[in-house]
Each structure stands twice: as structure tokens, then as C-alpha cells.
Design a binder for this molecule. Structure first.
Ligand SMILES: Cc1cc2nc3c(=O)[nH]c(=O)nc-3n(C[C@H](O)[C@H](O)[C@H](O)COP(=O)(O)O)c2cc1C
Length: 307
């Protein structure tokens, strides 16, 4: 049996293929479509400090090789999340598979959410994910992804408040993303989660209006994979912390490509909309590849394309 276990800082996962936030729901909805035990972990839909209705519809539009979406972090808020959702998640997934994603407008909101999660479910989850890739109502889009000092302060404050492993999901759309990544590295997180989703636009020629209510939205899917690849390649040369890559992972070959560029693990998002059991197939594919290549682990392949 090949060892496909993956260590990301203090957190250890059964394999490096993670369900990305917002595209994997709360996992239990997928129970009848796939074998959930094959997920390395699932980052649950981001929970925000207060409930959010999300953006005006339409929220998703298909584009060549992907989709443009603008959901606006719709979620029921922490009370419902803790009382109703988390018990169902814990029934569906093992402890090492659960990553809770949180977002706030201020550092204080992030910290309070992390502390509440840790107090209530600290023994039952693998890690916290700070979602800094999302729109920020207070400070404008991507505030904690584009300001190195803001990212540093956020991480430092969260890390001093909780002992759980912490991942930081940031948006690589800003020109200074390597500078921000250095600040995140210095602050010390268990892994850097890259959301490599540039903004795009689609016009509906029937209505002669933008196809989604928010006009613009991040593009995801295979269309963006080469962009994500280059950003992961550059980040690997810049930082020491493990990198989780997302952006167009649809097959085991895509996962492997990201790993060769420097990712220690991958997040699978919209592929699950097309094929709900895709994560299982990706993990199977990686295991078969290891057999064929007589590899005992995948660790030696992380960043191998640089050497
Ligand atoms: C419908 C939808 C909802 C999403 N919701 C979240 C979210 O709540 N939190 C988050 O961190 N990322 C969210 N994302 C981003 C994904 O986690 C992922 O980073 C992105 O889809 C790129 O990966 P992909 O190309 O594999 O789809 C969402 C993406 C989509 C398409």
C-alpha cells in the first residue's frame, strides 16, 4: 500500500486532494454521490461573522472551460453553522477531514469566529482556514490578500488566540501577491491556500446585460489552470510554507502538475459540479501513478519541476 499521507504544517491528511470551500457544500450533501472517505479533507463553505444572503442572481454563468461566479458568501451565519450544520458534518466526515473556513470584515471578527470554532469543535476538526480571498465589505475587495501588513496582523492575532492548525486562503490576483505571501510566511501559517481566480465578465446577448448580477466575478475551472500554475510556481520559489493550489483541478494529471510546480496539496472546486465523485477518481489516479512509477510517497515530487 502506497503512502499518500500529506503533512501541511501541524496538520496531517490521508491524501493531498482536498474539497475546496463553497464547491463541496458541507460534505454530507455529497454522501449518496461519492465515497467521502476518499477526500483528503473538505474545506466547508465559508462561515461569516453574520449571516449573508449573498449577491443578486444570476450568480453563476458558464464560460469556455469554466464558470464565472459571484455568490457573495451566502451562508446562515455562525449560530446555525455551529448548532445545526456542524453535527451533520461530524457524522459524515472524520476529524482529520474537516477544515472550517471563516471570514470577517475585521481582524476582530475573524478572531472571534476562530475562537468560537475552537472552543466548540476544536477537538473534532483538523484545521481552520482563514478565507482572505473573499470580498471585504469594510475595506474593499481582497483587503487581507493585498496588504502585507494587514495579512501579517490577521495571522499573528489568530495564531495567538487558537492552537489549531491555520491555513490562509489568499487571492493571487494582486500584483504584489509575492510580497503578501512573504508576509504570510513570516507570520507563520500551516499552509498557504491559493485561490488563483482572476476576474472575468460575460454578457448575456439575449438580455444584453451582464450575465451575473454582480457584473464581474472570479473565473474558475480549467480555463484558469495555466494561470494558477504560474502563480504556484512563483510562490514555491518565494516561500517556505506548504502550498495548497486550487484553480482548475479536474483530473489526477492536473493535481500532479500542480504538485510538480510546488503544491503540497490541491483543492478541487468546480470539477465536483460536473462529476460529483471526481475527488475519488483523482486520488485513485494518483495512487495508480505511484504504483506505476514505484513511488513510496508523493513528497519527493513536490516542486520537482524546479530541480
Ligand atoms: C459557487 C462557488 C462558491 C465558492 N464559495 C467559496 C467560499 O465560500 N469560500 C472560499 O474560500 N472559496 C469559495 N469558492 C472558491 C473555490 O473554493 C475555489 O478556490 C475556486 O472555485 C477555484 O477552484 P476551481 O477552479 O477548482 O473551481 C467558491 C467557488 C465557487 C465556484
Amino acid at each position: 500500500m502506497k503512502n499518500i499521507k500529506t503533512k501541511l504544517g501541524q496538520a496531517e491528511f490521508r491524501n493531498p486532494v482536498l474539497g475546496a470551500s463553497g464547491c463541496t457544500g458541507y460534505a454530507y450533501e455529497l454522501e449518496s454521490y461519492t465515497d467521502l472517505s476518499r477526500y483528503g479533507a473538505v474545506t466547508l463553505k465559508t462561515v461569516t461573522y453574520t449571516p449573508r444572503h449573498g449577491n443578486h442572481p444570476e450568480r453563476i454563468a458558464e464560460v469556455p472551460a469554466g464558470i464565472i461566479s459571484s455568490i457573495g458568501l451566502q451562508n446562515p451565519g455562525p449560530d446555525v453553522f455551529f448548532d445545526d450544520t456542524m453535527p451533520k458534518v461530524i457524522d459524515a466526515l472524520d476529524r482529520d477531514q474537516i477544515i472550517v473556513s471563516v471570514a470577517g470584515d475585521t481582524i476582530e471578527e475573524y478572531v472571534e469566529l476562530c475562537c468560537r470554532t475552537s472552543q466548540r469543535y476544536g477537538e473534532k476538526i483538523a484545521a481552520l482556514e482563514i478565507n482572505a480571498a473573499c470580498p471585504n465589505v469594510r475595506f474593499g475587495v481582497g483587503y487581507f490578500s493585498r496588504d502585507p501588513q494587514a495579512a501579517f496582523d490577521l495571522i499573528e492575532t489568530v495564531k495567538s488566540a487558537v492552537s489549531l492548525p491555520v491555513f490562509f486562503k489568499f487571492n493571487t490576483n494582486f500584483e504584489n501577491y509575492l510580497e503578501v505571501a512573504s508576509a504570510i510566511d513570516e507570520a507563520g501559517v500551516d499552509a498557504l491556500y491559493t485561490s488563483n481566480t482572476p476576474l472575468g465578465l460575460k454578457i448575456n446577448i439575449r438580455t444584453r446585460r451582464p450575465a451575473i448580477g454582480n457584473v464581474v466575478g472570479p473565473i474558475c475551472g480549467p480555463a484558469i489552470r495555466p494561470i494558477g500554475m504560474l502563480r504556484v510556481w512563483n510562490l514555491y520559489q518565494k516561500v517556505k510554507m506548504p502550498i495548497i493550489a486550487s484553480g482548475g483541478v479536474y483530473t489526477w494529471e492536473d493535481a500532479l502538475e500542480y504538485m510538480l510546480a510546488g503544491a503540497a496539496a490541491v483543492g478541487v472546486g468546480s470539477a465536483q459540479f460536473v462529476q460529483p465523485d471526481v475527488v475519488k477518481h483523482i486520488v485513485d489516479g494518483l495512487e495508480r501513478y505511484m504504483e506505476r512509477e514505484s513511488l513510496d510517497s508523493l513528497t519527493s515530487l513536490v516542486g520537482a519541476a524546479h530541480r
